[in-house]
Write a protein that binds this ligand. Structure first.
Ligand code: EPU
Length: 425
């Protein structure tokens, strides 16, 4: 495993272009397996999780090719000739989003078998809502010896009225994908509303699906026999990557224009940053974040909730910002009960934080100092990088690969903003 070596103290300055959304692209690639023609995907980030997803699709028989068209990089996927055995490669264990292939292959081949998905370890990551939805669509669901087996009859799935007991991004996308080829109409009630759910729905509709309501809490899908495809689709910008750079700009007392974003998606963060006294200058597709050296950052309370609430995937990065606010701040994590594994590392760096259940009570401002820390999961790793950028001395962030899973060209982008960061084996 490699590490990042980061010399702290440089204020980030300049502009950074945000890449395509990891979580949207993962859903879109899986959904492309349902399509009966070619599709061309643009703005897909070059990161490890995407590589793994593409390899799994290729091993299932899809033709996957990187191409350059009109000077734009794209990925061509043709899933017309999938292997009929419905067994997915064991690489599905490496990433969480491989679970979307359950919905896609169940919809297309009427059966699928795969290993339990992997991804960041926040303790328990149940899939009961996925299973419940597949069963409502008429599939038999079996889990044994680390395998998931789904089988529909020869006729395939049948539309159903599904009520999710938990607002789940994964279950919403998975069931929406599966329902596209079910006979009849499906409703997904209490659906999640994250931007990448809308993106996957837009992609599927562009390929011939009939989905309405994505982005609201009731999604309606009218099943179609085929999804002709044959279209080009561009993935939305990454809300979480954008938020990570915005927070890094504020924590280092920098001045950064974060470009190629959808400002609406950033509101759960930008509204709060503004309330903390940080300058947020928002344009049609950018946001400038500026925090002067002498600015007294105001304390704040954040609570993570499903979109349009504050995203849990920005929780660790935001907690670093709270260590720089003057007074008592509070982070409340309501999505992943055990997403505070990184707090010990921040305390070692000099932060004053007390965790009580889902509450992290932060007293600031704290001067952070360099030490050796670990990227315990993707977003915790991003938080360590941000803390290191503001710390005095050279911090080693171990297991950099964990961060590279989700951030395209992180060292390059941060270096261009003036950070001192290098990757060492
Ligand atoms: N849940 C259930 N049952 C289910 C599914 C979820 O109880 O069947 C619970 C979970 O335990 C959790 C809550 O519902 O408490 C939300 O989980 P959700 O299903 O929404 O999460 P996910 O689909 O597994 C995606 C992202 C995560 C992000 C969460 C929440 C992808 C590939 N992953 O996970 O992203 O934290 O939504 O927004 O889209 C990341 O990118 O770093 C990441 C972890």
């Amino acid at each position: 495993m490699s590490s990042y070596l980061i010399k702290g103290g440089n204020k980030l300055r300049g502009s950074v272009d945000i890449s395509g959304s990891k979580n949207a692209a993962l859903g879109v690639i899986a959904a492309a397996m349902l399509v009966d023609g070619e599709c061309l995907l643009e703005n897909v980030p070059e990161i490890r999780d995407i590589e793994v997803m593409l390899q799994i699709c290729a091993s299932a028989g899809a033709q996957v090719e990187r191409v350059v068209q009109n000077n734009v990089q794209a990925i061509r996927i043709d899933a017309r000739n999938l292997h009929p055995d419905c067994n997915l490669s064991d690489s599905t264990r490496q990433i969480r989003a491989s679970y979307y292939l359950l919905g896609a292959l169940l919809g297309k081949l009427h059966a699928v078998r795969m290993k339990m998905p992997g991804g960041c370890n926040f303790g328990s990551r149940p899939m009961d809502q996925h299973y419940k939805g597949f069963a409502a669509l008429g599939a038999q669901v079996e889990t044994k010896q680390g395998d998931i087996l789904l089988r529909a009859g020869q006729e395939g799935l049948t539309g159903a009225h599904i009520m999710l007991d938990v607002v789940s991004v994964g279950a919403t996308i998975n069931l929406m994908i599966a329902a596209c080829k079910a006979r009849g109409r499906t409703f997904i009630q209490n659906a999640a509303k994250e931007p990448h759910i809308v993106d996957v729905a837009n992609f599927l509709n562009a390929m011939g699906a009939k989905i309405i309501g994505a982005g609201t809490d009731i999604i309606r899908v009218d099943g179609v026999e085929t999804l002709p495809g044959g279209k080009t689709y561009s993935v939305i910008p990454d809300q979480i990557e954008a938020g990570t750079y915005m927070i890094a700009a504020a924590v280092t007392r920098g001045d950064v224009v974060v470009r190629n974003i959808i400002p609406r998606h950033m509101e759960p963060l930008t509204i709060k940053l503004k309330a903390m006294g940080i300058t947020t200058d928002i344009g049609p597709d950018y946001c400038r974040i500026c925090a002067d050296e002498d600015l007294e950052i105001k304390p704040a309370t954040f609570k993570t909730t499903p979109y349009p609430g504050f995203p849990t995937d920005l929780q660790p990065q935001t907690t670093v910002l709270l260590t720089q606010a003057k007074g008592k701040s509070c982070m409340i994590e309501s999505v992943w009960a055990t997403r505070y594994q990184y707090i010990g590392d921040l305390i070692t760096m000099g932060a004053s934080i007390e965790v009580q259940g889902s509450y992290a009570n932060v007293t600031g401002p704290s001067a952070l100092s360099a030490t050796r820390v670990v990227a315990r999961d993707l977003r915790a790793g991003a938080a360590m990088v941000i803390a290191a950028l503001a710390a005095e001395g050279e911090t080693q962030v171990e297991d950099a690969e964990v961060v590279k899973r989700g951030y395209e060209r992180l060292e390059e982008k941060l270096s261009a903003l003036g950070a001192s960061i290098r990757l060492v084996p």
